[in-house]
Design a protein. Structure first.
Length: 211
């Protein structure tokens, strides 16, 4: 049951929940700054592809789900630029050092099992001057909301395919050697029940030592 839920049902549900109607403004904001060769971690079913500008030459995808990758086929065809699935695991990228201009992550870093390993790989493959662009949900700064996030995580994580609502992503990025730039944070809804899932961080960051 768990394998069916994680491998078959969940990718389809994510495809619906993060549809264009829901996620397009966030995707547009993040993807607009992407250039050159893009590595997209958590490629999913390709919802970011329509939001890349002509300055993007090709997209390399790290995506664990075969179902999501198959569902991306129409968007890949419409993109009309090279799209290649290079890895199932963002913590193990079969790419040489300094080979991508942009890394893009949209609601993905919450689910990567080995996030520190994945961040190290992202930093390794980024060319000098390259950027990591992201929109994610993260640990909220308010103690009451954070307590709820920690409390629901043991149930939420298995149900949501390993998603963590209580990861402090800005802290994890800084610990991995990224300097946060143009970093914005806030709730996407004023409704309290949505707050444990809706503290969003949006950023444009680069590895320390690069400009």
């Amino acid at each position: 049951m768990r394998g069916w839920w994680t491998e078959q049902a969940l990718p389809r549900l994510v495809d619906v929940f993060l549809s264009e109607r829901v996620s397009a403004p966030w995707r547009e904001r993040v993807c607009a700054a992407a250039t050159g060769t893009v590595l997209e971690v958590g490629f999913g079913s390709g919802h970011n592809l329509p939001h890349y500008g002509p300055q993007v030459e090709r997209v390399l995808a790290a995506e664990p789900s075969d179902v999501a990758w198959d569902r991306a086929a129409p968007r890949v065809a419409a993109f009309a630029r090279p799209v290649e699935r290079v890895s199932r695991d963002a913590a193990e990228l079969p790419l040489p050092d300094d080979t991508v201009d942009t890394v893009v992550s949209t609601w993905t870093m919450c689910t990567i099992p080995d996030l520190d390993g994945a961040l190290a790989e992202m930093r390794r493959v980024l060319r000098p001057g390259g950027r990591l662009l992201y929109v994610e949900h993260s640990l909220a700064p308010e103690a009451a909301v954070a307590r709820v996030q920690h409390g629901i995580q043991p149930v939420w994580g298995p149900l949501a395919g390993g998603c963590h609502v209580d990861r402090d992503l800005p802290h994890r990025l800084e610990s991995a050697g990224f300097r946060l730039d143009d970093d914005e944070r806030g709730y996407v809804s004023r409704l309290w029940p949505a707050r444990p899932f809706g503290w969003f961080v949006v950023g444009n960051t680069y590895p320390l030592g690069y400009r």
